[in-house]
Design a protein around this ligand. Structure first.
Ligand code: IMP
Length: 181
């Protein structure tokens, strides 16, 4: 991923709020069809996924248990080290449950790969991943992602839950910061 340091602070729009709305409705309808008649455990990976998670969930008409998983993967770095620390674990046992994991963005894939291994060890009946964004050019490990919102380039993005240095999470669109000249 490119380094967002030395960027101007006015974000440019990459994916508008309207496009997000449309795509989220499509994803929710796919999930609704796939899980008809089943109870699911929906896990939100904190913090960046919280808006995506709540927008998809509000469009689902299924019995859902919401869980929140806190992970920290980068520390102070801009690039994933692959060392993932669980900062908040879920409360619900997953054995024999149908689990959907919600991620904001899959970059190198290292964070997701770690989380999936951790959750698989808890023996769910099924485990799928729903990621709002994927950066295929940045992937370093193969990870299954069953529901993908948008594939994007390696640019560092912000907004709609995602931050840079703790800022921009409340933007209603997905944006990026242009280099300062
Ligand atoms: P990965 O382990 O490299 O796949 O990184 C995944 C995590 O890094 C995501 O869940 C995000 O928290 C963070 N991340 C990766 N790329 C971006 C980005 O462009 N903007 C904001 N956060 C990002």
């Amino acid at each position: 991923m490119s380094n967002p340091a030395n960027r101007s602070s006015e974000p440019k729009v990459l994916i508008s709020a309207e496009k997000l709305d449309e795509r989220i409705a499509e994803i929710a309808s796919e999930i609704q069809n796939d899980y008809q008649g089943r109870e699911i455990v929906a896990i939100c990976v904190l913090k960046g996924s919280f808006i995506f998670f709540s927008d998809v969930l509000r469009k689902l008409d299924l019995p859902i248990h919401c869980e929140f998983l806190g992970v920290s993967s980068y520390g102070d770095k801009k690039v994933s080290s692959g060392e993932v620390k669980v900062t908040l674990d879920i409360n619900e046992p997953l054995e024999n449950k149908h689990v959907i994991l919600f991620e904001d963005i899959v970059d190198s894939g290292l964070t997701l790969s770690y989380i999936l291994a951790n959750l698989r060890a808890r023996r769910p009946a099924s485990l799928k991943t729903c990621a709002l964004l994927m950066k295929p050019e940045s992937m370093r490990v193969e990870v299954p992602v069953e529901y993908v919102g948008f594939k994007i380039g390696p640019e560092f993005v912000i907004g709609y839950g995602m931050d840079y240095a703790g800022k921009y999470r409340g933007l209603p669109y997905i944006g990026y910061l242009e280099p300062e000249h």
